[in-house]
Design a protein around this ligand. Structure first.
Ligand code: 4AD
Ligand code: MG
Length: 510
């Protein structure tokens, strides 16, 4: 292997598998690994992977030297190789191309006595998770990780190109942001400290310094639940904007998600196909809504049918699908999306107030489509979110939840102070919540009272209260969990496949 090292370091590969379309008819050198091999008489069909994709090679015994033929034949799964050959377009090949192999060098031969643990037969999830460091080499997992990278890049790109300043909040924090039950506590030189659950409180400070900001980093929650949506360590991207209300927040979320899905469709059709994703479902997300009234009609008919069954519980649906702006001058209404610097002409995602969502769930329960009733006043449970989001082909924004079921920092709705000016964006196809956001309490007195009501340590929040002492303004933001977005966009059953090394209740290895 040593004589190969200089070549590995100094010669950049002339081609990657993903770039072969530009090399049809050329002789190229690829560096990668043997993914699989088929043999048919005097023909070898090795499948190579290089991190950008896979390609099938063809090695007829008569076309290469006996040494090369024997070398290829000796390859074991995941042996590393440098292979030279000419690229041929082949409509039947999954990648569209095949490689007529002329030469092959072995960088490292996996010994037959200790084969690569993940063979081409089926493996159980536990086994795969235990071998996550190797599992990520398989085409499907690699495709997911490439799409994850694009989702992260597109998310940042959206904010970077719309006037936001990235400000990184601390990861070691003195207090909770999202409730005390899921805090990871650690010993900070004798004092308790916690791993951050969200950068929000800190980016509220940087938003009041810089206007439009975002943070992007790992967040931690000691989630005791084993669900397909929860990790204990996950990545969150969070914008925060001064002088923006809930309406602006919803428009921002819509434009942001549209940008991300657009980018994935632009760059990853091949990867989406490898994963088996129904691409039409993603195209539907960014397709313009035929007409506003059609969108509203769907929501209205759902909510009305619920209402007619139970007039007591379902509130009249006067604002279905539309945002009813707060009165000018009312608390929290100071800035209804003034010149936010991004386009609000993106496709409209359907909107449901909490009350409308409740009415829908109530009707679904009565029709036997839900196992348990949704209790008015409770947050939406996973089955509730799954049901609602499976009713739409675009992300649906559920806004104005009961304040009692939500975080301490959320601004009450001036039209009904029992409700919070908040929004959860539920991804379609039953994926549930991918974004949580809100307008923040901007009154010092109210925020202080909320901190006390929630039994949070006032001293740890003095700095946060300062934001309401000095030039307080209405401001809003949201957080999107990257893994939830990846699970939805890739159409995965579980978030454990959305991050290179997932951390869950039961897993911290590898
Ligand atoms: O809804 P959450 O709890 O909202 C916040 O943390 C706010 N402080 C964000 C803000 O307004 N700046 O979390 C936001 C998102 C969720 O919608 C979900 O996508 C993701 O973070 N998330 C998780 N993802 C994976 N595993 C978990 N345990 C998650 N908890 C939240
Ligand atoms: Mg939430």
């Amino acid at each position: 292997m040593s004589e190969l090292e200089p070549k590995l370091v100094t010669n950049p590969p002339v081609a990657t598998i993903a770039s072969l379309a530009a090399h049809v008819g050329d002789t190229v050198t690829l560096r990668g690994w043997l993914y699989n091999m088929r043999q048919s008489g005097k023909l070898l069909f090795p499948i190579f992977r290089d991190g950008t994709g896979t390609i099938q090679g063809i090695v007829p015994k008569a076309a290469v030297s006996p040494e090369v033929f024997e070398r290829v034949k000796s390859l074991t799964q995941e042996s590393s190789v440098i292979v030279t050959g000419s690229v041929r377009a082949d409509a039947r090949a999954p990648s569209g191309f095949e490689l007529d192999v002329a030469n092959l060098e072995i960088v490292h031969l996996v010994p037959a006595s200790d084969p690569f643990p993940i063979s081409h037969k089926e493996h159980g999830t536990d086994f795969l998770m235990e071998h996550r460091h190797l599992w990520i080499r398989t085409p499907r997992q690699s495709a997911i990780l490439r799409i994850r990278a694009t989702i992260m890049r597109a998310a940042q790109e959206y904010f970077d190109t719309n006037g936001f300043v990235r400000t990184d909040p601390p990861i070691l924090t003195p207090a909770a942001c999202e409730g005390t039950s899921t805090l990871f506590e650690l010993d900070y030189f004798g004092d308790p400290a916690f791993l951050t659950q969200s950068g929000q409180l800190y980016i509220e400070a940087t938003a009041l310094a810089l206007g439009k900001v975002y943070s992007f980093g790992p967040t931690f929650r000691a989630e005791k639940s084993k669900t397909r949506r929860h990790l204990t360590e996950f990545w969150m991207i969070e914008p925060e904007v001064a002088f923006m209300d809930l309406e602006g927040d919803m428009q921002l979320a819509e434009a942001f998600l549209t940008h991300i899905v657009t980018r994935v469709l632009e760059l990853h059709r091949a990867d989406l196909t490898v994963i088996g994703r129904d691409i039409a479902k993603l195209e539907a997300v960014i397709a313009p809504i035929p007409s506003e009234s059609e969108n509203e009609a769907v929501i209205l008919s759902e909510a009305r049918s619920a209402e007619s069954k139970d007039p007591e519980e379902a509130r009249p649906v006067t604002t279905a699908g539309t945002f009813s702006t707060t009165e000018p001058g009312a608390p929290g209404s100071a800035a209804s999306s003034p010149n936010l610097g991004w386009s609000a002409t993106t496709p409209r995602f359907p909107r449901l107030s909490y009350d409308e969502a409740h009415a829908m769930l109530d009707a679904a329960f009565k029709a036997g489509k839900l196992e348990a009733p949704h209790i008015y006043g409770d947050d939406l449970g996973s089955p509730d979110e799954t049901y609602i989001s499976s009713q739409f082909d675009k992300p649906v924004m559920v806004h104005r939840y009961p304040a009692a079921s939500k975080a301490f920092y959320m601004q009450p709705d001036p039209a009904d102070p029992t409700k919070a000016l908040c929004v959860d964006v539920l991804a379609p196809e039953g994926y549930g919540e991918i974004i949580g956001g809100s307008q923040r309490v901007d009154s010092y007195d109210l925020l202080r009272a909320r901190i006390l009501e929630h039994n949070l340590p006032l001293a740890a929040f003095e700095w946060y209260l300062d934001l309401r002492r000095y030039g307080s303004v209405p401001h809003s933001g949201f957080g999107m969990g990257i893994e939830r977005a990846v699970a939805w966009i890739c159409g995965l059953d579980h978030v454990r496949e959305t991050i290179p090394f997932p951390r869950t209740l039961n897993r911290i290895y590898p």
